[in-house]
Design a protein around this ligand. Structure first.
Ligand code: ADP
Ligand code: MG
Length: 267
């Protein structure tokens, strides 16, 4: 059982000409647990991606702690490699995160080898096929040979999801995973993420500015405003009985989640 915890985490970026810099994340605490989805909701610039970057160890907190199973996370050597195996990420832009010169098999083989999940060519091929099947890119042999530009945006994001699953992570961070995709295919990708989460009992951080999908796909919602979590609770409570003015505004902008989901499902 793997839990990941932010405890009083802040991040201040240095800015040229601004003495105090910019406080992008201000005293944020939350926990990710197996089988649970936490949605981090807020408008652009509220600090969501900074939290994702700290989770991926692309940025370091200015203060506070990040704990994996109660222990401060390791930032070097084997400990860092194990962390990267346990905590994986799906980015917003599936094209930017794939290398145009390599085929899909290469993208999946790399993490499999790096994290010791496959030892020889036959094992790699077998697991690449299995990963592609899991994200419904079938028949897998066809997709394995393709390069990113031969796939649609939704298919590329499925490859990115398969790659994130390759090390057999316990925690998955998805930063606006469908916001660059065609509206008509968003729900399919979110449903796939939900299915994979149940299959692998993953702890998921779902970052979005869309309150309707946050409610539908998450157990708990954290509302972020200017670097702070201004409201949190079970998803339905936060949406149906928002306390903070900012959440009320967000909820008013997306008044009918059912209708919104239907819109997303429409071909
Ligand atoms: P979100 O993902 O919610 O849109 P971000 O975490 O990307 O928000 O950004 C939060 C704030 O931090 C923004 O004001 C942004 O301009 C600023 N910011 C993000 N990255 C950097 C950086 N590397 N250097 C300085 N400021 C940054
Ligand atoms: Mg962002």
């Amino acid at each position: 059982m793997t839990t990941l915890e932010f405890r009083g985490v802040s991040k201040r970026y240095r800015l040229r000409g601004v003495k105090e810099g910019l406080l992008a994340v201000d005293d944020v605490s939350f926990r990710l647990e197996p089988g649970k989805t936490v949605a981090l909701v807020g408008q652009s610039g509220s600090g969501k991606s900074t939290i994702a970057k700290m989770l991926m160890q692309l940025e370091r907190p200015t203060s506070g702690e990040i704990l994996l199973d109660g222990q401060p996370i390791k930032r070097h050597g084997d400990g860092l490699r194990r962390y990267r195996g346990a905590v994986q990420m799906v980015f917003q832009d599936p094209f930017a995160s794939l290398n145009p010169y390599h085929d899909i098999a290469h993208h999946l083989a790399r993490p499999l080898r790096l994290h010791g999940r496959a030892k020889n060519k036959a094992e790699v091929r077998e697991q690449v096929d299995e990963l592609l099947s899991r994200v419904r890119l079938t028949p897998p042999e066809d997709y394995a040979r393709k390069r990113p530009h031969e796939l649609s945006g939704g298919q590329r994001q499925r490859v990115a999801i398969a790659r994130a699953l390759a090390p057999q992570p316990r925690i998955l961070v998805a930063d606006e995973p469908v916001s660059m995709l065609d509206v008509s295919i968003r729900l399919g990708v979110l449903n796939l993420l939900a299915l994979l989460q149940r299959e692998d009992d993953l702890g998921v951080l779902y970052i979005t500015h869309d309150l309707a999908t946050a409610r539908h796909f998450s157990d708990e919602i954290l509302v972020m405003y200017r670097g702070r979590i201004v409201e949190r609770g079970p998803a339905d409570d936060v949406i149906l009985r928002p306390q903070h003015e900012y959440t009320k505004l967000l909820a008013a902008a997306a008044p009918n989640p059912e209708e919104r989901l239907k819109q997303l499902a429409r071909p």
